[in-house]
Design a protein around this ligand. Structure first.
Ligand SMILES: [Ca+2]
Length: 301
């Protein structure tokens, strides 16, 4: 019988410098599985739909709206990012070499996918529920609790994120799309500019006692295109495999990411990150089967 990791206070290792190295290593290797003997929740079987039939209700939406899992949402929650060219990466470090990238236009969710939205996918039988129904500081239930409907869904692995986006008629953004949506074409360090982050611009910097905030709570931190919470709140899965050498060989137009890899890219930092991880070019990575209380996603199309 497969069993699950019920650890309540799992934070991604990139935000966990205060945790002993040995603990971090164990968490990275072990991934999301198997630390005690309790069975997994029904359907939480590692990224499939648990055998349930995925049925998306049909619904007719008004002009200016679109449907996700049978519910209408305003198109204003999808930000149109026009085609453009920018310098991706940084002059040194993991994000080297900085390189020119040209992208076709795309749309990106204004907010991280919320508990309420993710629940629509679960109830349609198209997504597994989050792997743990709590949050970093022990708010439980978190997922499925009306008090947190408009907070980012967490404890979802890469496959769950992909499933949600595809079932909504969308996809995960590429790493290049995410970075361009965050920094625009003027080389800024953060979505709002190059001023250091503060409590008005992002939910960040609280590795010990931080937790998720309602999406859209930091309007001063919006990107040049009007996308919220790219920096902080929760890390965000993107489509790409992580390869530290990819920037040196990636195509200059619409880079799709490496063809294969071991870990997937995450972007933007979280409530537990310091300012460095909030840089719009900063690259993080996790095993695709990992899920944490500080890791969510948003979709593109
Ligand atoms: Ca974020």
């Amino acid at each position: 019988m497969r069993v699950c990791d019920w650890s309540r206070r799992r934070l991604g290792f990139r935000d966990s410098r205060w945790i002993a190295t040995a603990v971090l290593a164990a968490a990275v290797v072990a991934g999301p599985g198997c630390k005690d003997s309790r069975p997994c929740p029904t359907g939480n079987d590692g990224g499939t739909d648990g055998g349930r039939e995925c049925v998306v209700p049909t619904v007719q939406c008004n002009a200016g709206e679109h449907a996700e899992y049978g519910t209408c949402f305003t198109d204003a929650e999808e930000i149109a990012v026009p085609a453009g060219t920018f310098q991706m990466g940084a002059p040194s470090g993991t994000e080297y070499p900085q390189h020119g990238v040209t992208l076709a236009g795309f749309s990106l969710d204004r907010y991280e996918v919320t508990n309420a939205r993710f629940r629509l996918c679960v109830e349609a039988g198209c997504c597994d529920p989050p792997r743990y129904n709590g949050s970093y500081t022990g708010r439980e239930p978190y997922y499925g609790n009306n008090d947190f409907s408009f907070y980012p869904v967490v404890f979802v692995d890469w496959e769950q994120a992909r499933q949600y986006c595809e079932g909504a008629g969308k996809r995960l953004p590429t790493e290049a799309e995410w970075e361009y949506a965050a920094r625009g074409d003027d080389g800024r360090l953060y979505p709002w500019g190059s001023t250091a982050p503060d409590g008005a611009r992002a939910n960040f910097g609280r590795a010990r006692d931080g937790d998720t905030a309602q999406v859209g709570s930091y309007a001063a931190g919006a990107s040049p295109f009007g996308v919220d919470d790219l920096a902080g709140n929760v890390w965000e899965w993107v489509a790409d495999w992580y390869d530290p050498g990819y920037y040196g060989v990636s195509p200059s137009t619409d880079p799709p990411g490496p063809a294969s890899g071991l870990v997937r890219v995450v972007r933007g930092g979280s409530f537990g990150s310091d300012a460095t991880a909030l840089y719009s070019f900063y690259r993080g990575s996790y095993l695709p089967e990992e899920s944490f209380g500080n890791l969510g996603f948003r979709c593109a199309r």
